[in-house]
Design a protein around this ligand. Structure first.
Ligand SMILES: Nc1ncnc2c1ncn2[C@@H]1O[C@H](COP(=O)(O)OP(=O)(O)OP(=O)(O)O)[C@@H](O)[C@H]1O
Length: 613
């Protein structure tokens, strides 16, 4: 029965995976005991079945795998193809990339080079900027020092000039005094010579007189001797007469002779007496003459002693005058040497002054260069925004960024809950003063004096503050706008530059453009401003980039006051226009032009520039 009976339908053995196969392979054939071969063989058969099923499953799986592999190989082939395509595309791309990379590397290298160059240039610029800044500071300080030195030198020069003048005056006075002393000395010497001559003459006269007196004395002595002799002979004769008289008696013969002798002797006596009288007279005369001579001699001696006294006094005076002369000569010499040293010092100072002036001129040139380099670095065209305070009937929301790169140069507006940001070179908020705005542009004004053309203009809607910023209220210092402040700076700086040899001439003109029509605001005749004559003005540009308006009134201005009155005149002309044209006036544009002509004869330079506002 068992053999005939069909075996029960066996449940197909299924394998889920490798674990089932491993489990099958790890199965052990165990009988109920060691001798249970039947049980073991049944288990073995079962096991073989399972193995067969497993082999089948594995074969099926292998087929499936082969099919899968075939599919996969197909897929792999397709993928390979695709891959090959992609590879070729990639290769193309890689080649392109390589080419691009090379190109980029080249560009990168050239950019690197240019970057290096730019960096080097930048470094160079920064360095030169730093150097220039330092040089500028040094130049400014040296300019200040030099101007101080110049002032000191000027003061010193003035003091020295005064001293020299004083010394020259003293010298002149001393020379005059010297001349007068010499004159006086000459006079004294002439007087002394004259006196010496007079003394000589008088001495000679005195000698002659003494000689005459001696002669007369001798003569008187001889006459006296003769008189004595005559007296003695008379007494002898008398004796003889007595003898004769006594002998008369005795000697009558001899009487006659004796009488004759006597007569003769009497005649002789008479003649001798008469001689004696003459001599006596002569002696008297001589005595009186002698007395006169003696008196004259005394007078002459007195005169002589007086003259000697005078001569002595004069000689003393002469000595003191000579002493004075010597002293004055010494003083003159000293003065002359001092004058010479002062002159040398003055020459030295003048040399230093010239050098200082040259240094100032060089410093000024450097300053100009640096100033304009700085302006160029800052940008030749700059746009500022000024926000005016809100009026009482206005509302609005304006804010300023307080971080990021736009600090101080950004402004943010709110409109219909949307925020709009703007950036400029600089933003002046509503609290900025007229001076703050001017400080920012004042360097441009300096450039105008250095020969650059400068244009400053305000742009904005009606009531935004253009007139306030540009003109302001010139009557009040803190309300003055850019135009009056610029002009003040121009005039002040041009005054300072005069010391460096610069002479400036300025010409002002002012016009208004309304509805494309030009009106001359400085025209003296009102009709020419208001009537149809306005059409005669034409705008012309020349090859040098200068723009001119024909037939416009140009006024020479020499001081800030003249410019102020011109601005007032123009404002009046404007306001007259406004009255006549009512509300449309605010749409007009006003242009103020100052032309600057500078000449420097020291450096032989000439410049023309202009400032338009
Ligand atoms: N920064 C400011 N501070 C104070 N007040 C200001 C400022 N800016 C403008 N204002 C005032 O605002 C008003 C209008 O200014 P302003 O006349 O200068 O405008 P505007 O732009 O010239 O106008 P318009 O184009 O019509 O001539 C003036 O009363 C002026 O004083």
């Amino acid at each position: 029965q068992n053999a005939a009976a069909p075996p029960p339908a066996e449940a197909p053995i299924e394998f889920a995976g490798r674990e089932d196969v491993d489990a099958l392979l790890n199965e052990k054939i165990k009988g109920k005991n060691k001798m249970d071969y039947k049980g073991k063989s049944e288990q073995m058969i079962e096991y073989i079945k399972k193995l067969r099923a497993c082999i089948k499953w594995l074969l099926e799986r292998e087929d499936a795998n082969l099919a899968e592999i075939g599919k996969l190989n197909g897929l792999i082939d397709a993928a390979d193809k695709h891959h090959a395509e992609i590879v070729s595309q990639l290769e193309c791309k890689i080649q392109e990339s390589v080419a691009m990379k090379e190109e980029l590397q080249k560009q990168y290298a050239s950019l690197g080079e240019s970057l290096k160059k730019v960096e080097a240039e930048q470094m160079e610029c920064l360095r030169s900027y730093g150097d220039e800044k330092e040089a500028r500071i040094a130049a400014e300080s040296s300019r200040n020092e030099l101007s101080e030195e110049l002032n000191r030198v000027k003061l010193e020069q003035k003091r020295l000039n005064d001293q020299i003048k004083m010394l020259q005056d003293t010298n002149k006075r001393l020379q005059e005094y010297n001349t007068s002393l010499q004159q006086y000395n000459c006079n004294l010497q002439a007087d002394a010579t004259k006196n010496a001559e007079t003394i000589d003459k008088l001495q000679k006269e005195k000698n002659t007189m003494v000689e005459t007196m001696n002669g007369l004395k001798d003569h008187s002595n001889s006459v006296k001797l003769q008189l004595e002799m005559a007296k003695s002979s008379q007494s002898e004769a008398l004796k003889q007469k007595n003898n004769l008289l006594s002998e008369v008696e005795a000697l009558r013969g001899e009487l006659h002779q004796v009488r004759d002798d006597r007569d003769h002797k009497s005649a002789e006596i008479n003649s001798l007496l008469s001689d004696l009288g003459v001599y006596k007279e002569l002696t008297g005369k001589s005595s009186s003459e002698l007395e006169n001579v003696m008196i004259r001699c005394d007078a002459l001696e007195e005169t002589c002693s007086n003259q000697t006294e005078k001569i002595k006094t004069l000689q003393i005076q002469l000595a003191s005058a000579n002493e004075k002369l010597k002293r004055s000569n010494l003083t003159t010499m000293e003065t002359m040497s001092e004058y010479e040293s002062q002159k040398r010092m003055l020459e030295d100072l003048q040399l230093r002054l010239t050098e200082a002036e040259q240094k100032i001129v060089d410093g000024e040139k450097l300053r100009k260069k640096l100033h304009n380099t700085i302006l160029e670095l800052k940008g030749n065209i700059r746009v500022f925004c000024r926000v005016r305070p809100l009026l009482s009937n206005e509302s609005g929301a304006v804010s300023y960024p307080n971080n990021g790169e736009n600090i101080g140069r950004g402004v943010e507006l709110m409109h219909n809950t949307q925020s709009y940001s703007f950036a400029f070179d600089k933003v002046f908020d509503h609290s900025a003063s007229q001076e703050d705005v001017f400080t920012e542009i004042s360097q441009l004004v300096q450039s105008a004096l250095d020969g650059y053309k400068v244009c400053i203009f305000a742009y904005g809607q009606t009531g935004s503050g253009k007139t306030h910023t540009m003109m302001g209220n010139p009557e009040f210092n803190d309300q003055k706008g850019l135009i009056p402040r610029s002009l003040e700076q121009i005039f002040q700086t041009s005054q300072c530059l005069m010391s460096q040899g610069w002479k400036y001439k300025m010409q002002a003109s002012m016009l208004e453009i309304y509805n494309e029509t030009i009106r001359d605001l400085l025209a003296t005749s009102r009709t020419s401003i208001q009537d149809g004559a306005a059409s005669k003005y034409n705008i012309k540009h020349d090859a040098n980039g200068n723009t001119q308006v024909s037939d416009l009134t140009i006024v020479d201005v020499r001081s800030i006051n003249e410019v102020s009155s011109l601005l007032k005149r123009a404002a009046q002309s404007r306001s007259v226009g406004k009255t006549q044209m009512n509300e449309e006036s605010s749409r007009s544009h006003c242009v103020f032009t100052l032309r600057i002509f500078g000449v420097n004869e020291v450096c032989n330079l000439l410049l023309t520039s202009s400032i338009h506002a």
